[in-house]
Design a protein. Sequence first.
Length: 429
Amino acid sequence: MQGLNGVSMYVKREWDSLGEVMIHRPGIEMFYGLLHPKSFLYERAFSMDEALYEHEVLEHALEREGVAVHRAKKVIVQRIKSSPEFREKVVERVKRLVEFRGDVDDDASEFINNLSAYDPEFLFNVLVLRPTLILKRRRRSRSYRVYVVNRMPLANMYFMRDQQLTVPNGIIQGRMALPQRRAETQVTELAFEALSMPLIYRISSPGVLEGGDYMPMGDFAVIGYGHRSNRSGIMQAMGLLGVKEVAVVRLPRHPLVPSRDSMLDMHLDTFFNVAGDGLAVGNVEMMRDASVVVYANEGDGFVALAKTNLLDYMKSKGFNIIPITFMEQLSYASNFLTISDRKIVTPNVEMNASKVINALMMKTEASPEYSKLFQVAKAEYGKLRTEGHIFPHKPELIEEGVDFVQIDVSELTGGYGGIHCMTSIVNRH
């Protein structure tokens, strides 16, 4: 898509037709995440084999809808093969990532000398596994005991939304809030470079900003902060969004849990999304609790003009809100991917719900503060299932003419995210 000045336009509106998308099919790094799900920010244990199958199904479903799908590993590997300069950039990062400890002689030097022999797939695996080798020499022997430690493998990288924001002029590289995810941008930056997409800015400390908090709406944008993004990150990016107005949303505490659990509403897209021009989907209680400061571009910068909440703000912009229950919100109903105006690719919410409710039951057994949320979600599930109205099978969506492709990603959501989280937009037109 071309702008008025002839510059390529990548993403202007969330409901424009999806042309290209970037995904990452999980590899061995997911295995490490499943060894201790909580430490790697996963919601629960799940089947890796089934999760990989679901991811492949998602990829094929997008392709059937005419979307060009790029896999991060594939585009990086292909660029390594075709560009000596790109390969050298990757090799330099690999050199810094692999560590040797213990009874080390010239082992590190030997590894560096061997780099020219390693294939692109090997180099990519180093980027996501980040290995350290600990060598212990055996007495009276030249052999070693070798221990391999992977320093925070990038087990969450299949959630490709969060490392960056795609804006009209290219990519804003985010800065991840948590150490488990901080290094992902080093890999995704290479993937977008391999596609020749311009990197227009990198968020710097103390700013943190993640793509799941960003929704482009044409002349305005909605961008959230709280658990994974902060005001510093938003202010750094605001002038690069290509909009006249920005609604800065303070993510609310989940209303049914007394203490703040950042995983229940970690990003804006966990309770709010846009399905088309003038049509949003969200949990209205959480939208009402989400305070908003409206900033307008006055020519020489953005100025705060008004305060409101997300529900009233979206209504003031002429959007109809399709409400979802707490059970649907927890089951990733709002975490769909809009592929054109009023057409979405959505998780199978009913398949997710049984796993989510089971996880809530275990949380409630461990801590009574989740009991209200568990009881409400369980009751909502029973009611909606009886009526046959679990998202996306809602009368309101039918009345709005929303078409949908429903995908079972109930194992993949065990990592704490849905289809919107798993897809990074390259361009819309």
